[in-house]
Design a binder for this molecule. Structure first.
Ligand code: B1M
Length: 268
């Protein structure tokens, strides 16, 4: 049984700088053995520093130490890329540095993906996910897709810059329980609404539960476009997707009771 370590950490972007600089003191992996804390620390920093080769080399020792792929993704990898985002926002990093860190994330995720799929023991539903048209950001979407797989969903990943017609075609072909839209740009988030309108126009709205996420997205936005749920991060996305196919499986996509029940999970 692979080691699962508590990763439900507070990723407050404003506090992250201080946290990262005092990372050993803040001891964010409080329930991890010391050898694993050191491995997590190295992995986190290799992503921040964009050390592509070293990042991939660190995955093996972490797995050999018994850490699950899911813990690595939701823990040190998520923290590392969040710090990259903070540095970019603060003009401490520019696009080349961000691209190096993104490359580290992609390489690490591609090593972990087969393990996540292999470890899957149940099939609880089908999820179609994609980054919305015009948007090329896919790190967050990939993390969500992997966490969904790890939770027992079969995931059809439509990739980046996905036009509404590709979502429609995938819904017709795969009959998913969940459709996930990712958007990272204020200029592309509108396409979440347009894609949802296209799903409604095709008469498919009540057959799917639509979950939205991405940095500029919020509950207010989800309400405005009529999505079933806003998901602030991958773990919340998994919890809401599971609720959609388990507790609320009899509610149709677009039902106001469904949206209300999923919002209530945020304050539970
Ligand atoms: Co871009 N970028 N970028 N970028 N980039 C942002 C988004 C930005 C906020 C940076 C900034 O200026 N502060 C800014 C947007 C500003 C705005 O819209 N107002 C920005 C910009 C401007 C741009 C370009 C336009 C820059 C340029 O070319 N001048 C350009 C756009 C290209 C395009 O898309 N057309 C661009 C390009 C890039 C790179 C290629 C360099 C790279 C992307 C690499 C890749 O994804 N393959 C990149 C990156 C890495 C970022 C930042 C630094 C980090 C994004 C990230 O990966 N975060 C980002 C700054 C930031 O967000 N703070 C930024 C980590 C990831 C784990 O978090 O994606 O939020 P996130 O995903 C989370 C949740 O949001 C949620 O769960 C995930 C996991 O917990 N979630 C979902 C996400 N999708 C979900 C879907 C769901 C559920 C939950 O469905 C069920």
């Amino acid at each position: 049984m692979a080691l699962e370590i508590e990763t439900d950490i507070e990723l407050d972007i404003e506090d992250l700088k201080d946290d990262i600089e005092t990372t050993r003191k803040t001891d964010r992996w409080s329930d991890a053995p010391s050898q694993i804390k050191e491995l997590f620390h190295q992995l986190e920093w290799n992503i921040i520093d964009g050390e592509f080769m070293d990042t991939t080399d660190l995955i093996g020792p972490n797995l050999e130490a018994g850490v699950s792929a899911r813990t690595l993704i939701a823990g040190p990898m998520a923290v590392g890329i969040a710090e990259v985002g903070r540095r970019f926002k603060a003009d401490e990093y520019f696009l080349p540095e961000v691209m190096m860190s993104a490359k580290c994330m992609h390489a690490a995720l591609s090593i972990l993906k087969p393990l996540i799929i292999e470890a899957k023991t149940e099939d609880i539903g089908l999820c179609v996910i994609g980054t919305i048209q015009g948007d090329l950001h896919d790190i967050g979407k990939n993390i969500v897709a992997m966490m969904m797989e790890a939770a027992g969903f079969t995931v059809i990943d439509l990739g980046v810059s996905t036009p509404p017609e590709d979502f429609i075609a995938a819904i017709r072909e795969h009959n998913p329980d969940i459709v996930g839209f990712s958007a990272l740009l204020t200029t592309t988030m509108n396409m979440q609404g347009e894609t949802l309108k296209a799903i409604v126009a095709e008469g498919l709205r009540d057959t799917v539960k639509v979950l939205v996420g991405g940095a500029p997205v919020s509950q207010t936005w989800a309400d405005k476009i009529g999505a079933d749920a806003y998901c602030a991060d991958a773990l919340i996305a998994v919890e809401k997707a599971k609720a959609c196919v388990q507790t609320h499986k009899d509610l149709a996509g677009g039902a106001p009771e469904l949206a209300a029940a999923l919002v209530a999970m945020d304050s539970a």
